[in-house]
Design a protein around this ligand. Structure first.
Ligand code: NAD
Length: 354
C-alpha cells in the first residue's frame, strides 16, 4: 500500500479531474493537491469553486509540456504521486485536428514522465507513483460479444485513442526501462456532473432544454459501457493506494447501452422533469452521418480491479442518470457559461446551424 501526501493532479479543471479532486480531498483531508491545468476550452475553474479556500488545494495554470514548470512543482510541493488526467479528450475534435492530440497526449505525457523520473531519482520523496488515466478506447472495437481485459492488444482506431495508447506505452516503457513506479487505468465512458456539453449525455440534456435537434450518429446502435464519474474517481484512489507498480487496471461498470437507448432514456426523463408531453423530446432525434472509424462496441471486464482491490461501483445507472439530469437542470448557469463563445463555433462546424 502507498499513502501519498502531496498529489500533482494534471487536468484537474476538466470533467473527471475535478470530480476526482473533490472526492480525494473529501476522503483525505490531510493531503495536498496541486492542480496543473492549462485551461483549454474543456478546463473550467468553476468546477472547483467550492475548493477555492481549501488549505490543501492549490491551482497552477500551465502546460504539462512545460518541463521547467513541471520540475518546479514536483520539487517545491514535494510531490509523491502524479495523477495524470490532462488530455485532449474529444474524438470528433481529433478527427478534425489530430496534431494537438499528439502534442498534449503523447509529448505532454512524456515530459511528465521524464520530470517524474528525475524527481524520483533525486530521492527527495520516499515512495512515488505515476498514475496514467486512460480509456478503453485504446483497445479498439469489439464485435457483439466479448470484453476488453488488460491483456487485450492495443488497437486504437481514432487519432484520440491512438494518442492515448501512445501515452500508455510510454508509461509502460518508463516502468520497464527506468523502474519508475507507474500505474495505468483504462476506464469506460463516464457520465455525471461537470461534463462538457459536447459529450453525448450533457449534449442531449442541453439540446432538449433548448428544443434543438438531438444528433445521433449512424444507426444509433453503437454500444458504450457507462460508469458514473464518482465511481471512476474512487477506483483511481483505490488503484493509487493499493496497486503494485507497473500494474494496469480496467475500470468499468458492466453497463452496456446502445446509444439510441441512452437518447430515449434521457428524453423520457427530461419530458418528466420539464413537464412536457410524453414522447415530445424523442421527436427531436435526428440521425446524422456516422463518425468515420466509429468503434461499434466497447465493453470492459473490470474483474481484476474487483478481485485485487475490492472496488465495486456504487451507482446503478438508473440512479446515476436521474441525478445527472437533475444536476444539469439545477446548474444552468454553469452550462450557460461553458456553452458560450468558442463552443458555439465548434458546434456549428460539427453539426451545422448556430
Ligand atoms: P476533459 O477534456 O474534460 O478535461 C481535460 C483537462 O485537461 C481540461 O481541464 C484541460 O484544460 C486540461 N488540459 C488539456 N491540455 C492540457 C495541457 N497541455 N496542459 C495542462 N492541462 C491540459 O477530459 P475528461 O473527460 O475529464 O478526461 C480526463 C482523462 O480521462 C483524459 O485523459 C481522458 O483520456 C480520460 N478518460 C476519459 C473518459 C470519459 O468518458 N470522459 C473515459 C476514460 C478515460
Amino acid at each position: 500500500p502507498c499513502t501519498p501526501r502531496s498529489l500533482l493532479v494534471t487536468g484537474g479543471a476538466g470533467f473527471i479531474g475535478s470530480n476526482f479532486i473533490h472526492s480525494f480531498l473529501a476522503n483525505n483531508s490531510d493531503c495536498r493537491v496541486t492542480n496543473l491545468d492549462s485551461l483549454t476550452y474543456a478546463g473550467n475553474l468553476a468546477n472547483l469553486k467550492s475548493l477555492e479556500h481549501h488549505p490543501g488545494y492549490h491551482f497552477v495554470r500551465g502546460d504539462i509540456g512545460d518541463s521547467v514548470l513541471v520540475a518546479n512543482i514536483l520539487a517545491v510541493q514535494k510531490i509523491d504521486a502524479v495523477v495524470h488526467f490532462a488530455a485532449e479528450s474529444h474524438v470528433d475534435r481529433s478527427i478534425s485536428g489530430p496534431e494537438i492530440f499528439v502534442r498534449t497526449n503523447v509529448l505532454g505525457t512524456q515530459v511528465l514522465l521524464e520530470e517524474s523520473r528525475k524527481h524520483w531519482n533525486a530521492g527527495e520523496v520516499g515512495d512515488f507513483r505515476f498514475l496514467q488515466i486512460s480509456t478503453d478506447e485504446v483497445y479498439g472495437s469489439l464485435g457483439e460479444s466479448g470484453f476488453f481485459t488488460e491483456e487485450t492488444p492495443l488497437a486504437p482506431n481514432s487519432p484520440y485513442s491512438a494518442s492515448k495508447a501512445g501515452a500508455d506505452l510510454l508509461v509502460r516503457a518508463y516502468h520497464e526501462t527506468f523502474g519508475l513506479p507507474t500505474l495505468n487505468t483504462r476506464c469506460s465512458n463516464n457520465y455525471g456532473p461537470f461534463h462538457f456539453p459536447e459529450k453525448l449525455i450533457p449534449l442531449l440534456i442541453h439540446n432538449i432544454i433548448e428544443r434543438r435537434p438531438l444528433p445521433v450518429y449512424g444507426d444509433g446502435r453503437n454500444v458504450r459501457d457507462w460508469l458514473h464519474v464518482s465511481d471512476h474517481a474512487r477506483a483511481v484512489e483505490v488503484v493509487l493506494k493499493g496497486a503494485e507498480p507497473g500494474a494496469v487496471y480496467n475500470i468499468g461498470g458492466n453497463n452496456e447501452w446502445f446509444n439510441i437507448a441512452i437518447v430515449n432514456l434521457v428524453c423520457d426523463l427530461m419530458d418528466q422533469r420539464l413537464g412536457r408531453g410524453s414522447g415530445e423530446s424523442r421527436g427531436l432525434i435526428s440521425y446524422v452521418k456516422d463518425r468515420p472509424g466509429h468503434d461499434r462496441r466497447y465493453a470492459i471486464d473490470a474483474s481484476r480491479l474487483k478481485r485485487d482491490l475490492g472496488w465495486e461501483p456504487a451507482y446503478t445507472f438508473e440512479r446515476g442518470i436521474a441525478e445527472t439530469v437533475d444536476w444539469y437542470l439545477a446548474n444552468q448557469e454553469w452550462v450557460a457559461q461553458v456553452t458560450s463563445g468558442s463552443y458555439r463555433d465548434y458546434y456549428a462546424k460539427q453539426y451545422g446551424g448556430a
